[in-house]
Design a protein around this ligand. Structure first.
Ligand code: FAD
Length: 320
């Protein structure tokens, strides 16, 4: 069966959800092999096997911690040149996309970024992308070399398919370009107990209608009731009500959760660009003509300060 390489995204050996989604998608195309860079492969191997990784290529070298994306580029390129996979899948985060572009260039292969779905085509994998704020749905496949594809988080629900993976250590030769920039320190972003914005199954976002930093407590309350991440429109961020790291949209973060709840957000095209691939969209807006309702699966015309507390109350009532 064709081998599909999947670059593992992890923190100290804890495999992140987008990698489990990639392994789930990779199984549609062939037999997934995970490429793990770092010291904690042992703790990651079990999780990778649980989601169908038949092989785990381990690259454990100091360069992996000390340098930026180039060790992953060197590793993926060298492994791909030796094993000849049918495709290489990476997460659509900034590091994943930079790595993908460099790997594709070195392998003289075609590159597809930000896929929201992948299926096995007659030859190469066929991807779906959402372009120009969901104005177009693009179906594409690579016509040259080994397809290198980045996939957005939440493109697929991770489904287990347990196997016992074979582990293979790789001695990668790091090129001189790898040492051009070094990591001086890493500091994880503080976000409390809430899930990471791009990985969350549910995102609750507030906009200008929230009308003040202190009122974001209403959004946070809904988010915590649903186990969701908090997002914000640029209007709310520019007003200083919520940090830029939570901005959803063209110049913020792109999210694709199972459920996106937009409260007090009009639905400008630049905001849509960051959330239109969400599976279900719910909007709360007091203006019945707000453009967000064109996009929403469910809409509530009303004042968010009345609607959202009632929503929390109802969820809690049903849970008790
Ligand atoms: P508004 O458009 O002002 O809408 C507020 C909404 O809240 C209204 O529909 C109103 O009816 C409703 N409302 C008010 N009070 C209540 C209430 N009590 N209850 C319920 N509803 C209420 N925007 C982004 O979001 N993300 C981006 O990444 C982004 N990038 C941009 C890049 C460029 C180059 C440019 C030019 C713009 C960008 N924008 C971005 C800005 C975008 O054009 C909009 O200005 C912005 O999205 C508007 O935010 P909003 O919907 O919160 O505010």
């Amino acid at each position: 069966m064709a081998e599909i390489l999947v670059l593992v995204d992890h923190t100290d050996g804890v495999v992140r959800k987008p990698t489990l989604e990639l392994l789930t998608l990779a199984r549609r195309l062939g037999e997934p092999s995970a490429v793990f860079l770092g010291r904690d492969a042992d703790s990651a191997t079990e999780a990778l096997g649980r989601y169908g990784a038949h092989k785990v290529y381990v690259v454990d070298a100091p360069e992996v911690d000390e340098l930026l994306v180039t060790p992953a580029v060197d590793a993926l390129t060298q492994i791909a040149e030796n094993t000849g996979p049918a495709a290489i899948l990476l997460p659509s985060n900034p590091d994943g996309k930079e790595t993908a572009a460099r790997v594709a260039l070195r392998l003289e292969s075609g590159l597809i970024t930000d896929a929201v779905d992948i299926v096995a085509g007659e030859g190469d994998p066929v991807t779906e992308q959402s372009a120009f704020a969901a104005t177009y749905q693009v179906t594409a496949h690579v016509t040259r070399g080994i397809p290198v594809i980045t996939v957005k988080p939440n493109a697929a629900a991770p489904k287990p398919a347990p196997v016992t993976p074979e582990t293979e250590k790789w001695d990668v030769t790091f090129g001189p370009a790898s040492a051009a920039a070094k990591v001086l320190s890493r500091s994880p972003r503080e976000r409390g107990d809430r899930p990471e914005l791009t990985e969350a199954d549910v995102v609750v976002s507030g906009g200008r209608g929230v009308n003040g930093a202190e009122n974001f407590a209403v959004i946070e309350r809904v988010a915590d009731t649903l186990g969701a991440a908090v997002g914000a429109s640029r209007a709310a961020v520019d007003a200083g009500w919520y940090p830029h790291s939570h901005q959803v949209g063209q110049t913020g973060t792109q999210v694709s959760p199972q459920l996106y709840l937009a409260a007090g957000i009009s639905g400008a095209i630049q905001h849509r660009a960051g959330m239109q691939t969400s599976k279900t969209i719910v909007a709360v807006n007091k203006d019945q003509d707000a453009p967000i309702f064109e996009l929403a699966d469910y809409g509530v015309v009303g004042d968010l300060f009345q609607v959202l507390p009632q929503l929390v109350e109802e969820i809690e009532r049903r849970r008790s």
